[in-house]
Ligand binder design. Structure first.
Ligand SMILES: [Zn+2]
Length: 237
């Protein structure tokens, strides 16, 4: 009886730990992974997931251009198919592009083959539009699973998570600004969103992110941070 209870508790503890290892952005169980950049200097890097998505991506690009801030866009293959013009603009304005899977799927319980298929399909779509294959991948929902890292390593790609976010999928504008600025540390990789999964802009609202962005940029600069491209945070190859 006691043995059964102990086993149940150990099983539960292992389950909770494993869930944390697969889903918590700061977990380094699956590696190599980049969560945060070098901690010397006060450089931070902005990233936007789930686009391109019509007006929100355009509005964010307008702000980044006006503020002279480089950023990285982790795009979904399906969204690029719908908006190749926006991906071209992202690249033309000097920003980086990352792969965020084709269909914004969960990697949990997926085979390496299925995960690789999502990565490759998106790489091909991006290459067709802008002529290169990204070297960085961020898994949808920040989820990780066994086949993911081997598939990335095989392709010479880096797994990228984040160390700061504005929780722009649930907070209001002041809340997004406060959360993003509150989590800043040297080398921070900041997660925001210009889209939502593979939905069209007509179905989503990222206006709060757009509204919060100038204050996040100004607030970070006031704290002495400068914005660096994410490639500066990657190990030299
Ligand atoms: Zn996403």
């Amino acid at each position: 009886m006691i043995t059964a209870a102990i086993l149940a508790i150990l099983g539960l503890a292992f389950g909770l730990w494993f869930w944390w290892a697969c889903s918590e952005p700061s977990s380094t169980f699956f590696r190599p992974v980049l969560i945060r950049g070098p901690q010397e200097g006060k450089r931070i890097s902005l990233t936007f997931d789930d686009g391109p998505a019509e007006q929100f991506t355009e509005q964010i690009l307008d702000i980044l251009r006006a503020q002279q801030v480089p950023a990285t866009f982790f795009v979904c293959g399906k969204n690029v198919e719908n908006h190749p013009d926006l991906l071209r603009r992202i690249v033309a304005e000097g920003h980086e592009v990352g792969n965020h899977a084709y269909s914004h799927f969960f990697v949990y319980f997926k085979s390496r083959r299925r995960i690789a298929g999502e990565i490759d399909r998106t790489q091909e779509i991006i290459e067709k539009v802008v002529g290169f294959r990204p070297r960085i991948f961020r898994p949808p929902y920040g989820a990780r699973w066994f086949g993911l890292v081997p598939a990335l390593v095989e392709r010479g790609m880096h797994l990228i998570l984040w160390s700061a976010t504005g929780y722009d999928w649930k907070k209001d504008v002041p809340g997004i600004i406060k959360a993003a600025l509150g989590e800043l540390k040297p080398g921070a990789v900041i997660l925001l969103h210009d889209g939502r999964e593979t939905r069209r802009a007509i179905e989503i609202d990222r206006s709060r992110t757009v509204e919060a962005l100038p204050a996040i940029i100004a607030g970070a600069r006031k704290q002495g941070y400068t914005f660096a491209p994410l490639k500066d945070f990657l190990p030299a190859t």
